[in-house]
Ligand binder design. Structure first.
Ligand code: FMN
Length: 216
């Protein structure tokens, strides 16, 4: 049976990113795969890459991160899986800090400074990035986000051996009740209307990604 791991890079376990990942997991399960979500921020103790370079030593097997913390079992799970989804909110025009730390550990430990064998990841792994953000598509283009996020997508594609599928979910609802928060740059009612109009389709797209990753 195939296995899909969905990584939630939002600290919130029940909000936009998590909900989309739940749909992706359901898609994978409906296609006959085993699937689970890992909530990064539920892990008590983990860091990004500490630049120890153990993964580049000639005397040590490549492809494993030498750091031992709560990410270690997650990284092992991914090596044993058949597909992976990286779900992240956009924070300050980038992936969340937790997701960046996770990707540093996963990708750098499987990346070799060699033109002949740049990746030592043991298989070609279908993968996807699911992003959620306040930005509208217009803002996304205006701030050159495609190129910004594209760099990590290229590394993931090269190291995991398959170009990622991408789902961008724009203009998300951030609070249940906008009137309780200092947030005059947003129109809470318009946000809720946008969610009503689009979020079900976003979830359906996430479902399709989950299904496709384990059937391709
Ligand atoms: C620390 C922080 C920084 C954020 N920065 C941005 C940003 O630069 N651009 C953006 O579009 N949204 C930004 N957001 C909004 C989130 O990306 C958005 O609400 C996202 O859907 C949250 O995901 P979640 O509901 O799964 O937690 C930020 C939110 C937080 C908490």
């Amino acid at each position: 049976m195939k296995k899909l791991i969905a990584i939630n890079g939002s600290p919130r376990r029940n909000w936009n990113t998590a909900e989309l990942l739940n749909h992706a997991v359901n898609g994978a399960r409906d296609a006959g795969a085993d699937a689970e979500i890992v909530h990064l921020y539920a892990l008590k103790n983990f860091k990004g890459c500490t630049s120890c370079f153990a993964c580049k030593l000639k005397t040590r097997p490549h492809g494993t991160c030498a750091m031992k913390d709560d990410l270690s079992p997650v990284l092992e799970k991914i090596s044993a899986a058949d597909a992976v989804i990286f779900g992240s909110p956009i924070y300050f025009m980038n992936l969340s800090a937790g997701m960046l730390a996770f990707l540093e550990r996963l990708l750098f430990s499987n990346y070799i400074y060699s033109d002949e064998v740049p990746t030592v990841f043991p298989k070609k792994m279908p993968n996807a990035f699911i992003y959620t953000m306040n930005m509208t598509p217009r803002h996304f283009d205006q701030f050159g986000m495609s190129a910004r996020l594209g760099m990590m997508e290229v590394f993931a594609g090269k190291i995991l051996g398959v170009a990622p599928k991408i789902l961008r979910v724009y203009d998300t609802v951030q609070f249940k009740d906008y009137s309780r928060y200092e947030s005059s740059i947003f129109d809470g009612d318009a946000k809720l209307a946008h969610r009503e109009a689009h979020f079900a389709e976003d979830c359906a797209n996430a479902y399709d990604i989950g299904r496709t990753l384990v059937t391709q």
